[in-house]
Write a protein that binds this ligand. Structure first.
Ligand code: MN
Length: 736
């Protein structure tokens, strides 16, 4: 009888007999009406019992951090275990984040999108949401950044009503896409992006469905990592569920319900308050770019073979009440490549920047989301509005696009006087060593080497950036042990070193990157991609600081390493300064790929072929001619800067005695005075420069990728077209 009754009509799982969808709608209506989360007016619990209130938040936060630490040890994938590329969050029944763990905080709001999608699509009635259910999602059009980020969502029930959700994400090492690895460059539509789990129920009674497990094992080139990552996410979610239920047991359900609403509303208020404290209201504008060159790529469909520079204007507005507005008006159209991004992915990137720069220590949750207004034009790469669009390596556009947000916030902090919070923009993280083939065990395998989680950070207001420290998308980043990567990839590290000249120069320089030189070893066939920023600077540094170096590609195929080793001659462990390449000094090869072609499809590597992987530095702050000459000498002495740039970039004249590098102060002062004089002589009034640019624009004097970029942006946005014409004083009918 009981089984039959459940078939009649599913009982509502919301509070007070309502449906979950009704709860979500009521919440949204209350926010629209009052501007406050769930319409919460007074933070009663916080005011009445402040210690209990803080204890509740701390217990939730503690449970999430514990769940993450435990889950990291269940996973075996180096991306999760070594780099910590996972995070957990706990949500309200309606899918708003209350608290989150450390880790890739990108996903706090993407999982919120996924939960809300399931609620809006009435999952409550079909396929049903019950205690013990497990859901999975990796669809960026629903709520995610790219397919590689796989989410597990578990509802938390108390008696017969849902009281929340636990959610966890890991980044998979292979996603079964057209090309091997986790962030495929090669797909031109979503049908090639790899395994597709668009918010599905994949388990019940705390157990995964067998059909789901079997299906997934066949859909990725790294089934073992997939399986263990999934177990890690489920275990973390179950730990969180238990902690929430224990908390409810301790404080009572009514108090819990009240607390979670207040915590989010407090998150919203404190976000606005932080913005008001730290910044000056106004409008901040900047543009960033990302590039790839596929015009000669015959493996792609003809319509995808173009050289592209993407337009990424970002306007930030800060209102008097602290409301933060972000607009990408003027972004160009989405394209037949895998670097497009959905609004959910954009949200993820906004989150990761805001949680590091604006709310690093406060109650970080979806309250901050309610303190922002964001606009991503429909039809642009940032909001394609078409479910067939590929987003496989969304980060390749996403990362550069938000360099402007870092710049804007830093300008705003500086204007308010919070100099210690200023940071110059990061760089595009670095080269992605990615590919697949047969590994050293004779098995099918694929990899995305996450040592690019260790890039240099931007310079501070009165300090250099941190060297090989972290990546913007994972502030707890790590490069991982060489030996661990060597166990999963048929490549041996010949060396991993500081990469000279990667840091963006400035009065304070950016942090430096690293380089790894890797040799194919014990593989019958393996194909790898080069993925980095090579053709353009994505953005500038701050207040005269230079951008970090762009990346380059260097692969040596069919080289003479075997003979060099047999003859016991020195072999290279790095490339070092490209003008005095250690690789070139030691080796020759039949095919040397040394160029700015840094976004490629997979290409074959044979036994002992070499692959150089360069991770980028951060951007500089202030004029390099103002840098303390002794710091320049130290950078040269420690291998962060080549001696040749001390003079040309910094105007510093060095002296050498044995291994000691010293500064000739007098010659340096003279050199800097002469460089300043040259600058004055070469400088032109802005009005003249604008006139010359206007002539160029009128003549259409620009390379094809730039012409296509502006044409696309003008076609998509009347506002941008009007502004472009007005700025250059062009006729009303001007087009490109
Ligand atoms: Mn990811």
């Amino acid at each position: 009888m009981k089984a039959v009754r459940t078939l009649e009509t599913a009982a509502s799982i919301g509070w007070n007999g309502t449906s979950l969808r009704a709860m979500l709608e009521a919440n949204e209506e209350a926010f629209a009406r009052t501007g406050r989360y769930a319409g919460v007016e007074a933070l009663e619990l916080k005011e009445r019992e402040p210690i209990l209130y803080e204890k509740i938040f701390s217990k939730l936060r503690g449970a999430l951090v514990t769940a993450r630490a435990t889950a990291m040890n269940i996973s075996a994938s180096p991306i999760v275990k070594e780099i910590g590329e996972l995070c957990f969050s706990v949500y309200t029944p309606e899918g708003d984040s209350i608290a989150l763990s450390t880790g890739i905080i990108v996903h706090v709001h993407t999982m919120s999108d996924a939960i809300k999608y399931m609620i809006r699509e009435d999952f409550e009635n079909n396929p049903g949401i019950a205690d013990g259910d497990i859901f999975i999602n990796n669809d960026p059009h629903i709520g995610d950044v790219h397919n590689a980020d796989v989410q597990t969502l578990v509802p938390i029930f108390h008696d017969d009503a849902i009281i929340g959700w636990a959610g966890g994400v890991t980044h998979e090492i292979d996603i079964g896409a057209l090309t091997p690895g986790s962030v495929p460059v090669g797909p031109t539509s979503r049908f090639e992006d790899g395994i597709d789990v668009p918010a599905l129920k994949c388990g019940a009674n705390d157990t995964l469905f067998r059909d789901h497990e079997l299906r997934c094992a066949k859909a990725t080139r790294a089934p073992t990592f997939w399986k263990l990552d999934e177990k890690a996410r489920i275990a973390g979610n179950h730990l969180i569920r238990r902690a929430v239920l224990e908390l409810v047991e301790e404080i009572g359900l009514d108090t819990y319900k009240k607390a979670i609403r207040e915590i989010i509303e407090e998150g919203r208020r404190s976000f606005l308050q932080r913005i008001k404290e730290l910044t000056v209201p106004g409008r901040y504008r900047s543009t960033a770019f990302s590039t790839y060159g596929f015009s000669g790529e015959e493996r792609l469909p003809a319509h995808a073979r173009i050289d592209c520079i993407a337009h990424m204007p970002l306007e930030m507005t800060i209102e008097r009440d602290g409301m933060l507005g972000l607009s990408m008006e003027g972004a160009d159209k989405w394209g037949y490549h895998s670097m497009n991004c959905t609004p959910s992915g954009m949200q993820g990137a906004v989150w990761v920047v805001l949680s590091q720069l604006v709310v690093p220590n406060d109650k970080v949750n979806d309250g901050a989301y309610y303190g922002t207004r964001q606009y991503y034009p429909l039809g642009s790469w940032a909001n394609p509005g078409d479910p067939s669009v590929s987003t496989g390596i969304a980060w390749l556009f996403l990362i550069p696009s938000f360099t402007s947000l870092v710049k804007h916030l830093s300008r705003a902090f500086q204007a308010r006087g919070y100099l210690e919070d200023v940071i110059a923009p990061y760089g595009v993280t670095g080269n992605v060593f990615q590919g697949g083939g047969l590994d050293q065990y004779g098995a099918q395998s694929a990899t995305t080497n996450f040592e690019f989680g260790c890039a240099g950070t931007g310079a501070g207001f009165c300090r250099d950036g941190l060297d090989f420290a972290a990546a913007v998308w994972n502030p707890e980043g790590d490069m991982g042990e060489v030996e661990i990567w060597e166990t999963v990839e048929p490549f041996l590290y010949l060396g991993r070193r500081v990469k000279p000249n990667t840091a963006g120069p400035g009065k304070f320089r950016g942090g430096a990157g690293i380089e790894s030189l890797k040799m194919a070893w014990n593989t019958p066939h393996y194909e790898l991609q080069n993925i980095n920023s090579g053709k353009a600077f994505e953005n500038s540094g701050l207040w005269g600081g230079y951008p970090n170096a762009t990346g380059y590609r260097k692969n040596l195929k069919r080289n003479n390493l075997a003979e060099v080793v047999a003859a016991r001659k020195p072999y290279p462990v790095r490339d070092g300064d490209t003008a005095a390449s250690e690789i070139d000094r030691c080796l020759t090869a039949e095919l040397v790929q040394y160029d700015d072609h840094t976004v490629t499809l997979p290409h074959a590597f044979g036994e002992r072929d070499l692959y150089l992987s360069v991770q980028n530095g951060g951007k500089g702050l202030g004029d390099p001619l103002e840098r303390d000459p002794r710091s320049v000498a130290e950078d040269v002495a420690t291998g962060f800067l080549s001696e040749r740039f001390a003079k040309t970039t910094y105007g510093v004249v060095l002296t050498r005695a044995n291994d000691d590098v010293d500064v000739d102060m007098e010659a340096t002062a003279a050199e800097r005075a002469s460089m300043r004089a040259t600058r004055r002589a070469e400088a032109r009034p802005v009005s003249e420069w604008r006139k010359a640019q206007r002539e160029r624009v009128l003549r259409g004097d620009m390379i094809e990728p730039v012409r296509r970029m502006y044409r696309s942006a003008m076609e998509l946005s009347t506002a941008f077209a009007d502004e472009f014409r007005a700025f250059h004083e062009l006729p009303d009918d001007y087009t490109l």
